[in-house]
Write a protein that binds this ligand. Structure first.
Ligand SMILES: [Zn+2]
Length: 103
């Protein structure tokens, strides 16, 4: 029983109680679980590097001002900015990332 459940269980980030991986909040302490519903920094980083000139990574992160990347994509400036943003995304620590974009 324990082993079959293990793959679907995680420890609460706040109190350490074992909870379902899919749970958005801890049933015991109510702490938000950033792993659920958070954005992937790897996906955002790759989007920024490959499609950053179109602001795709900003739309992925739910930031509507990504439209400015699209408006100015013909200047190639957004592509350059987004490339470096992608690098920063990929290099940022999980804690920093979760604080900004998790959950
Ligand atoms: Zn908890």
């Amino acid at each position: 029983m324990q082993t079959t459940l293990a793959g679907n269980m995680v420890h609460c980030r706040e109190c350490g109680t074992q909870i379902a991986r899919s749970a958005p909040t801890c049933p015991k302490c109510g702490g938000r679980q950033s792993a659920a519903g958070g954005k992937s920094k790897v996906v955002a980083g790759i989007l920024a590097i490959l499609l950053g000139g179109l602001g795709i990574h900003r739309f992925y992160l739910g930031q509507g001002w990504g439209i400015f990347y699209l408006l100015f994509c013909w200047t190639f400036v957004p592509s350059i900015i987004a490339f470096f943003e992608g690098i920063v995304f990929l290099l940022s620590s999980d804690d920093n990332w979760n604080a900004k974009y998790g959950g």
